[in-house]
Ligand binder design. Structure first.
Ligand code: PLZ
Length: 451
């Protein structure tokens, strides 16, 4: 068992040399060694996309144990939006860790939890009175949002949508649409969960209002508003393929929910915190959800998640009904306060839009000369290309997989997604420079040309 010589490892953060540099094949020997240990020690169910041993990251770079520098176009699935090992986050974490690491907020409260709640109450869409409860993961936040909505309405049913992703716990598996790899063999799932059709303009060609009517008819006829506590929807589907609904779809659903005492839960776990060029994707659609779930970008990589919403809904649960040992851990809260400072004061919304323009511009250019790119879509720095068979228009998952694999082999971290597995998504940290981003996109373009 060889551990990495710490003196040879660069510090992470923005001071890392910002260039793609391969000194071995991917994976190099040290990475291979770790992956062999992983295969022996960690179950096969816990997969990995990029076969490296990460040792440092920052700016737009991930460095591996073999000394390779890879361009990061995935942010650890939309988490390190402010940049990996951001100096403000590092300082906040170090200071809090030296102060105390845990008391349990339900036993001895501390200020940072309350400050994160205040910040989320202020930043999430709508100027109504809000409250926030903190948890550890996106899935846990979604589960709690459902609990809160059921308690408030006294109704049992929940509607999720086609292509939705909400987590891997039992209730959130039930809410998640895709069987493989998320659900297959892991049932039975939680009851009283129903699935409504989404708006997927590239594939259904429906206007927003028409797609909403289709979903509302399903909810009225197959569930019944009298039985329905909440609908849970990602404003832009993340794992499901970065599907941006047609204009008017979300607005019509919100309106129907209001008229029918149904809680509208926006799952902004992937879309939240500047990712879409707005603080929350809901802002870009002009909708005000009743409850918003957040995680990922909120704390730059420390495990933290939240449910924020209308005070009267959030307050419906009895004392002791919500919580958990670690929810709102002080180190995670310190990281969140530092990240929120960066989101609010360091031009992150503007940067997300700039990064988005580069991504969309470059991908549209590629699409113009390659009919295998069926659709380029997204908002801000959340952009994807959907790959199709140029003749039939059918999803081409094999092409997306081989372009992603070839890009990774050339030192560019890209992630696939989509119900059909035929989408490559781009979620770079907003600390990435234009040159690095363009180099990464050059590599993806070359990989596509070779495939
Ligand atoms: N809601 C919208 O995107 C997490 C998970 C990938 P957790 N998405 C990435 C995988 O293979 O596990 C996600 C999300 C949306 C909820 C979640 C769940 O968040 O923090 O992973 O529990």
């Amino acid at each position: 068992m060889t551990l990495i010589d710490a003196t040879a490892v660069p510090l992470g953060g923005p001071s890392l040399v910002q260039e793609r540099r391969l000194v071995t094949a991917i994976p190099g020997p040290r990475s291979q060694e770790l992956l062999a240990r992983k295969a022996d020690a960690v179950p096969a169910g816990v997969g990995h996309t990029v076969p490296i041993q990460a040792v440092a990251a920052g700016g737009g770079i991930v460095v591996d144990a073999d000394g390779n520098s890879l361009i990061d176009l995935g942010s650890g699935i939309a988490v390190t939006t402010v940049g990996n090992a951001h100096p403000k986050v590092v300082a906040a974490v170090q200071a809090q860790a030296a102060q105390f690491t845990h008391t349990c907020f339900m036993i001895s409260p501390y200020e940072s939890y309350v400050a994160v709640a205040e910040a989320l109450n202020r930043l999430t869409p709508g100027d109504h009175v809000k409250k926030t409860a903190l948890f550890n993961s996106g899935a846990e936040a979604v589960e709690n949002a459902v609990k809160i909505a059921r308690k408030y309405t006294g109704k049992p049913a929940v509607v999720a949508f086609d292509h939705g992703y909400h987590g891997r716990t039992n209730l959130t598996m039930a809410l998640t649409a895709k069987a493989m790899p998320y659900k297959s063999g892991f049932g039975p799932f939680a009851g009283e969960i129903y699935r409504a059709p989404l708006s997927y303009p590239f594939r259904d060609g429906l206007s927003g209002p028409d797609a909403a009517r289709r979903a509302i008819t399903m909810m009225e006829k197959q569930v019944g508003a009298d039985n329905l506590a909440a609908i849970v929807i990602e404003p832009i589907q993340g794992e499901g393929g970065f599907i941006v609904p047609a204009e008017g779809f979300l607005e019509a659903l919100v309106e129907w929910c209001r008229a029918n005492n149904v809680v509208f839960i926006a799952d902004e776990v992937q879309t939240g915190f500047a990712r879409t060029g707005e603080m929350f994707a809901s802002d870009g659609f002009g909708i005000v959800p009743d409850l918003v779930t957040t995680a990922k970008g909120i704390a730059a990589g420390l495990p933290l998640a939240a449910v924020t919403g209308r005070a009267e809904i959030m307050d419906a649960s009895h004392a002791g009904g919500l919580g958990g040992t670690y929810g709102g851990n002080p180190i995670a809260c310190a990281a969140a306060l530092a990240a929120i400072d960066v989101f609010e004061n360091d031009g992150m919304l503007e940067r997300a839009r700039e990064v988005g323009e580069i991504l969309t511009g470059r991908l549209r250019e590629l699409q113009a000369s390659d009919p295998r790119i069926g659709d380029v879509r997204g908002k801000g720095a959340m952009v994807a290309a959907e790959f199709i068979d140029a003749e039939t228009g059918e999803p081409d998952a094999a092409l997306a997989a081989s372009v992603a694999k070839a890009s990774i082999a050339q030192g560019v971290i890209v992630l696939t997604c989509g119900t059909y597995g035929n989408v490559i998504r781009f979620l770079p940290p907003l600390s990435i420079g234009d040159d690095l981003l363009n180099d990464g996109l050059d590599v993806v373009a070359a990989a596509l040309a070779d495939n």
